[in-house]
Design a protein around this ligand. Structure first.
Ligand SMILES: NC(=O)c1ccc[n+]([C@@H]2O[C@H](COP(=O)([O-])OP(=O)(O)OC[C@H]3O[C@@H](n4cnc5c(N)ncnc54)[C@H](O)[C@@H]3O)[C@@H](O)[C@H]2O)c1
Ligand SMILES: O=C(O)C(=O)C[C@@H](O)[C@H](O)[C@H](O)COP(=O)(O)O
Ligand SMILES: [Zn+2]
Length: 357
C-alpha cells in the first residue's frame, strides 16, 4: 500500500492506494477520525451489489454503521437524491462526529461529499473510490450535484479526511467505465506531463492494457498531477482551471444530451479534441488533430460532437460554465502537450467548429 499526502491550503490528508487493502479501512477510519460517533456509507446500486455486504460486515465490528444506496449513474447527482441522503442522515440522527463514507465512483463521491459538506454545516467524509475515473474525482475536494442548466452547478469545496483507493475493486468495472475513466488519465497527461503522455503512447494500446503494473503506474501518475495542481491552487483561482481541459464542451454535451447518456469521460474526450482544434485555429498550436483523433478512436472513444445536439444550445451551455466571465466562453487550451492556459474564445469560432463537426 502506498501513502501520499494530499496538501491543500485548507487541509492535508492521506491518500492510500494499493491492491487488496480493504481490510485496512477500519484502521484508517480510526486513525483519521478517532472520535467518530457513527459511519454512514453512501454508495450506489451497482457498487452495493458488488461490495456492499463485505464492506458493511467489515465495518460493523468496529463502528455503528448505516448504509444508504442511490441509483447508479449520473442521475444520482440530483437535488432529489441529495435531499433523500440528507433525510436519511437526519432520520438516523447522525451527529457532528459522524463520518460519511463515499463508496463508489465520481458520482457517489461528488454527491456524498456534498451531503457531508452541508449536513449540519459540514461533517467529515472519506472517499473510497471504485472507478478508474475516481483517481481524479476523489482528490481535491470538489463536491457537487448537477442542475439542468449545467454540471456541478451546486456544490462546495470540502476536502475529505482521507482517500482510500483499493484498486482491486476496479476488476468488476464494465468496459465502458474503463474508457470513461481513462479519458481523465489522458487529460492529466495532456495538461501536465509530456513524458507521461509519451509513456501512454508507448504502453497503452488498448483498454485491456490497463492492468497490473501499467494500471498502477497510470493511476499513480494521474494522482500525482492532480495532487500537484490542488496543492498550488485549492479553490481554482489559477492553475486548477487546467484540470478543466476538455470539460467546457464536455460538460455541455453531458447536460444537453441528458445526464447519463454520454458519460463524463466520453464527453471529456470529445471536448479535449475540440479544445485542440480551437488551439490550432487560434494559432497557439499546430497539433496533428487526425493523429490525436485516431489515437482516441483506438480506445473506442466517440470523437465527434453528437449530430443530434444543437450548436447554439451547446454554446449557451458553454457560456454558463463556471469559468465563464460576462457570458464569454473561456476554455483551457494547449500550446503543446503539457502547456495549458485559459483564454477567452469568441462565439463565432466555437459555432463554426461545432457546425463543421
Ligand atoms: N470532483 C471531481 O473533482 C471530479 C473529477 C472528475 C469527475 N467528476 C465527476 O465524476 C462523475 C463520473 O464518475 P465515474 O465515471 O466514476 O461514474 P460513476 O460514479 O457513475 O460510476 C460509473 C458506473 O460504474 C459503476 N461502478 C462504479 N464502481 C464500480 C465497480 N467497482 N464495479 C462495478 N461497477 C462499478 C457505477 O454504478 C456506475 O454505473 C461525474 O459526475 C463527474 O462530473 C468529479
Ligand atoms: O478537480 C478539478 O478542478 C477538475 O476540474 C477535475 C475535473 O475532472 C472534474 O470533472 C470537475 O468536477 C470539474 O469541475 P467543474 O468546476 O468544472 O464542475
Ligand atoms: Zn472531469
Amino acid at each position: 500500500m502506498k501513502q501520499y499526502q494530499i496538501e491543500t491550503a485548507s487541509k492535508v490528508y492521506p491518500l492510500y492506494v494499493g491492491e487488496n487493502i480493504l481490510p485496512k479501512l477500519p484502521e484508517v477510519i480510526k486513525e483519521v477520525k478517532p472520535n467518530v460517533s457513527s459511519v454512514l456509507i453512501i454508495t450506489d446500486e451497482a457498487v452495493d451489489g458488488c461490495y456492499g455486504k463485505s464492506i458493511l460486515s467489515l465495518l460493523k465490528s468496529f463502528f455503528q454503521v448505516d448504509k444508504y444506496v442511490v441509483p447508479s449513474g449520473e442521475q444520482a447527482k440530483s437535488f432529489q437524491h441529495y435531499y433523500d441522503c440528507q433525510t436519511y442522515a437526519l432520520s438516523k440522527q447522525l451527529d457532528r462526529n459522524a463520518l460519511i463514507l463515499a463508496v463508489g465512483g465520481g458520482v457517489v463521491g461528488d454527491l456524498a461529499g456534498f451531503v457531508a459538506a452541508t449536513y449540519m454545516r459540514g461533517i467529515s467524509f472519506i472517499q473510497v473510490p471504485t472507478t478508474l475515473l475516481a483517481h481524479d474525482s476523489a482528490v481535491g475536494g470538489k463536491v457537487a450535484i448537477n442542475h439542468e442548466s449545467g454540471k456541478n452547478m451546486i456544490g462546495a469545496f470540502h476536502q475529505p479526511e482521507a482517500v482510500f483507493y483499493d484498486i482491486t475493486l476496479l476488476t468488476t468495472l464494465p468496459k465502458r467505465e474503463w474508457r470513461s475513466g481513462f479519458a481523465e488519465v489522458i487529460k492529466h497527461a495532456f495538461i501536465h506531463d509530456e513524458q507521461f503522455y509519451q509513456w501512454l503512447q508507448d504502453n497503452i494500446y488498448s483498454l485491456n492494457d490497463l492492468k497490473g503494473e501499467k494500471l498502477i503506474y497510470a493511476i499513480n501518475k494521474g494522482i500525482a498531477v492532480k495532487a500537484a495542481i490542488v496543492r498550488d491552487d485549492e479553490k481554482e483561482s489559477g492553475v486548477r482551471a487546467h484540470l478543466n481541459f476538455g470539460h467546457t464542451l464536455g460538460h455541455a454535451i453531458e447536460a444537453e444530451s441528458g445526464y447519463g447518456h454520454i458519460s463524463h469521460g466520453e464527453g471529456v474526450a470529445i471536448g479535449m479534441l475540440f479544445a485542440m482544434r480551437v488551439s490550432n485555429a487560434l494559432g497557439h498550436s499546430n497539433f496533428d488533430i487526425t493523429t490525436f483523433e485516431s489515437w482516441l478512436q483506438r480506445f473506442g472513444y466517440e470523437t465527434k460532437v453528437p449530430s443530434n445536439l444543437d450548436s447554439n444550445r451547446l454554446l449557451a451551455k458553454m457560456k454558463a460554465d463556471k469559468k465563464a466571465k460576462a457570458s464569454a466562453v473561456y476554455m483551457v487550451l494547449l500550446k503543446a502537450i503539457g502547456q495549458p492556459f485559459v483564454e477567452k474564445v469568441e462565439d463565432e469560432l466555437i459555432l463554426s467548429l461545432l457546425d463543421n463537426r
